[in-house]
Design a protein around this ligand. Sequence first.
Ligand code: SF4
Ligand code: SF4
Length: 462
Amino acid sequence: MYAGKLVEVGTANEVFHAPTMPYTIGLLRSVPNIRTAGTQRLVTLAGRPPSLSALPRGCPFADRCPLAIAVCREVEPALVPPVAAGPSAHPAACHRADEIASGAIPRPAVFPVADALPDAVRAARGTDDVLTVRGLKRHFPLLGGGFLRRPVGTVRAVDGVSFEVAPGRTFALVGESGCGKTTTVLEVMELAKPQEGEILLDGTDVGTVGRSERRALRSDIQMVFQDAAAAVDPRLPVGDVIAEPLLAQGAPRAERDARVAELLELVGLDRSMSERYPHEFSGGQRQRIGIARGLATRPKILILDEPVSALDVSVQAGIINLLEDLKVELGLAMVFVAHDLAIVRQIADEVGVMYLGRIIEQGPIAEVFGTPRHPYTQALMSAAPIPDPAIERSRERIVLDGDLPSPAQRIDGCRFRTRCPLYRMLDADARSLCDSVDPELEPHGDARVACHHVERNPLVVA
Ligand code: SF4
Ligand code: SF4
């Protein structure tokens, strides 16, 4: 559908393998594929859909379509099968569907072929880590009901997490909702002494600094949230929204205005937009404003919590491309929290897979996603959708039993034991180790894996 109307109709195979409407072709090209992500920039669709209350004459996609010709702006195309493809072809609403269906316009040429990612993105490994997290723990008391609300247990939200990020690199945390990803990054953002463990920012232990030093450190680390609209004050023009962190630092007005203009251009918006209000922007533009605000204090580290999960795929592609550019241009270290594994493979250099407060597999993205070794990572990978119905139908899933247990539940031995498909395949001796000892991360290939039985794992991700 586009602008309130069906623009292409067919079987899943027809639409995915032989799309004949440029909008469909663009959408399919903008979706990252977990098997190939991270090798090319994503394809973006410029512009935004027209308002349904003021539809233009002709084809509603014309302003965004690279194939638009004069007739497209005059006559709205009917939803009919392209003649060149025969009467059994699936219908598409496009004046040039015949040329696309016959191959006169090759599908890959409809939208420019995506560039390869600049080498610098993959190669820019700084020498010193700018963020180091060691053995981070965050437990919360679980209070019982009744008048006295006594502690009746402990929620182990984060239970010994370690990772580091270098300038110009992205570390991603992935896992199901409730696994502790967001609590981990919020603990880092606190810039306070954690319950247990250490957080080092550019070599400084944040647990040992005084108030004024902590205030100075705060400009080095900023956060971008999932819902940029909810994270900003709707009564402020976006110039003030972006400048807020600078105001908190006491920057004078002229300096703030100059920086806002610079930041708007950096994130692909016009500097004249600073006087407009957040509701006047689309979801993708608001996320760009959120990123501009995050960059206001020239931080060394940007923490992004599900920054694209609320956006349409075509808009999401533009934000991911922007983050990749910023990483290289500014040498930013990024911590990226997400549940979409294809997006993570596109943007991350290193990844940590979290389960019940711990990282259970960690390493370079190509190693962890290319050769997943922990049964949980394997199950996540096997469930990640691939935008190709033929491949999807032939894949076998590795199915986990039940839902993620509560982090308040006490599980002896390996915390993944209650859902582990490998555990069910083991003999009693091997199981007894899983029952009694929680595995630590151990090196396997270029990654580290928390499983006692990696060598005996026959599970294969299709
Ligand atoms: S009718 Fe014209 S503008 Fe609309 S999708 Fe086809 S080529 Fe593009
Ligand atoms: S240690 Fe045992 S229960 Fe845990 S992931 Fe490995 S096989 Fe499964």
